[in-house]
Design a protein around this ligand. Sequence first.
Ligand code: NAP
Ligand code: GDP
Length: 335
Amino acid sequence: MSDLANKIVILVTGGSGLVGSAIRWEWIFARSSEGDLRDPEAAKKLFEKYKPTHVIHLAALGNLFGIDLILADNSVVGGLFKNMKYKLTFLRDNTLINDNVLQTSHETKVKKVISCLSTCVFPDRVQYPLDETKIHLGPPHESNFGYAHAKRMVDVTNHAYHEEFGSSFTSAIPTNVFGPHDNFDLEDSHVIPGLLHKCYLAKKNGTPFTVAGTGKPLRQFIYSRDLAKLFIWQLREYDEIDPVILSVGENEEISIKQVADAIVKAIGFEGDYKFDTTRADGQFRKPASNAKLLRLIGNFTFTPFDQALEETAAWFVQNYDKARIGQVPKANEPE
Ligand code: NAP
Ligand code: GDP
């Protein structure tokens, strides 16, 4: 599937009439080169330029290309291994970004902000399944406490803005997300894009495919396209300050081994693969309930995992030259 085929362009005929005017939304997709949101002045300039009435706040540390950052390497986005390495950077930079986005939204009278949290905000030791009432019941897992605390504070801040100023600032908690346009760095990425890239190179170069950890941890994955639809629902319909978990059901947890098997199939890798059990497993599981979401939305059809993974793998293979692949060791470089 080409990148162009993935692009969604919506034509609304009769768009200037009564009905058309009621659904006219202008979307601005800002990236860091438009303004480094760790800088309050850059945040102000961005908001002055576009004058948003609503904000979906996804920016997080984050793709660091183009930003003058203190990190010693050139690595990008999160995932277990990156979160373990840069706890202070993730804590400080995400705190700055979140504070600047919310305070600028407040100052410029934005009507609604939805900030994106993550299931890592939840306590490590808490009764499962995770649900929206349990965020602040204990410390997060130690492997990513910097990122988790920065994200957790968004919920606290949303409530404070609401109580002091009546602001409609809320948040969403997706489980692990994957899909086209992810960061496919070999190491500093999440499990699905990282393993897709490793498996792709193993097939191409006839080298071993190695999965980090034991393969036993369980995760709930949501396809980025399903998540996008849920954000639009939340923007239109959701009135609470408290977060809502955006996820497939807690009965749809799958193991990292099942993920690796699906990746082997999607890439068409025929060799053996192994687990490097010297590497960290991270949290064993963090099952999250989507009961609140389903109660509010009524019904929602999630894309089946295998289909979503195949679409993602096909996108990655077809877009290898322009995907975010990070630094690939010389021996593995594509011809
Ligand atoms: P991503 O692919 O790394 O994209 C991060 C986005 O944030 C990019 O647009 C990036 O812009 C921007 N950004 C980073 N630093 C910035 C800065 N200092 N100033 C302005 N913009 C900045 O991340 P993602 O996976 O789409 O994640 C989106 C949100 O979902 C994040 O809040 C993340 O915490 C949350 N989330 C993700 C997952 C997951 O599994 N991926 C799971 C749960 C929650 P550039 O591209 O220009 O750098
Ligand atoms: P998180 O732990 O939920 O934040 O998310 P990740 O996407 O980083 O998934 C981590 C899990 O996948 C851990 O159990 C890792 O041991 C396992 N894993 C296996 N191979 C990889 C890999 O190449 N990259 C990452 N990030 N995790 C991997």
